[in-house]
Design a protein around this ligand. Structure first.
Ligand code: CP
Ligand code: NVA
Length: 300
């Protein structure tokens, strides 16, 4: 069964996904390739972009999306994942899940008979990472670039580590001690990067990390589920804000990405988020086109 649980699962398909997303964006993709197909979308956490892009994407591809809040399902009353996945597979052609625990998505995939898509877990956010690569390719017309991720080495950072390694983009993570990306993913990404000829660096030195880079990326300091650590996190991550001073150290043509939602004044300033080098609104739009490419790949 084909799944998208980790960005790595798309290793052999990344270029097709990018190409298909471009076709969909230009209105040149296949017409209604998912006619008659349904997608269950299970959400254990909040979402704006992921929910809307999957829902509208399914509609535009001729399919039917079902929004399912985990707390409204029997899952919320204790029905086990195994049984939920088995039953759900009898109705739908694919399942997208946004879950607190990555292991729960793996468990879903173990028992589902249809493709399972990770719509964000504590460990990864693969659909976001492919959108980010697509947005860079769209704006820069090349992926032979250097990107620096600033802040918390979180789920978004983990998937970007893998996705950039797959397409051969140099990737640096600038984070404080104890905020490094997942060590297993880091190791895996380094293997992939070696094959694609790109480099990966993790450093505490912000100024060095952004020196002349082409893409600066950031995400919230307090991810969903980390709220209890907010005070500590905001204190620890103070020096890792993407602001104009930092941007001035990068390549003058550097672009700024943020998966959103953003907290202005924490990980990014308003000036940069809505400044001329920001591509965040295109990035948000591109979730739709890339989602359609992913759906077409997995359940088309
Ligand atoms: N970037 C992203 O996944 O946004 P949502 O949480 O709004 O889906
Ligand atoms: N790292 C963030 C991403 C939100 C899209 C979170 O997990 O909350």
């Amino acid at each position: 069964m084909r799944n998208l649980l980790s960005a790595l699962d798309a290793r052999d398909h990344v270029w097709d996904i990018l190409k298909k997303a471009e076709q969909f964006k230009k209105g040149q993709g296949p017409e209604k390739p998912l006619s008659g197909k349904s997608l269950a979308m299970v959400f254990e956490k909040s979402s704006t972009r992921t929910r809307i892009s999957f829902e509208v994407g399914m509609y535009q591809l001729g399919g039917y999306p079902l929004y399912l809040s985990a707390s409204d399902l029997q899952l919320g009353r204790g029905e086990i994942i195994d049984d939920t996945a088995r039953a759900m597979s009898r109705y739908v052609d694919g399942i997208m899940i946004r879950a607190r625990e990555h292991d729960d998505v793996l468990q879903f995939a173990r028992y589902a008979d249809v493709p399972v898509i990770n719509g964000l877990t504590n460990l990864e956010h693969p659909c976001q990472a492919f959108t980010d690569i697509f947005t860079i390719q769209e704006r820069k017309n090349t992926l032979d670039l250097q990107m620096t991720f600033m802040g918390d080495g979180n789920n978004v950072c983990n998937s970007l580590l893998l996705a950039t390694a797959m397409v051969g983009m140099d990737f640096t993570v600038a984070c404080p001690p104890n905020y490094e990306p997942d060590s297993i993913i880091l190791k895996e990404a380094k293997k992939v990067a070696k094959e694609s000829g790109s480099t990966i660096k993790v450093t505490n030195n912000v100024r060095e990390a952004v020196d002349a880079v082409n893409v600066i990326y950031t995400d919230v300091w307090v991810s969903m589920g980390d709220e209890i650590e907010e005070t500590q996190r905001v204190r620890d991550l103070q020096g890792y804000q993407v602001n104009q001073d930092i941007l001035d150290l990068a390549d003058p043509e550097a672009m700024v990405l943020h998966c959103l939602p953003a907290i202005r004044g924490q990980e990014i300033t308003e000036e940069v988020l809505n400044g001329p080098q920001s591509a965040v609104w295109d990035q948000a739009e591109n979730r739709l086109h890339v989602q359609k490419a992913i759906l077409n790949w997995l359940i088309g």
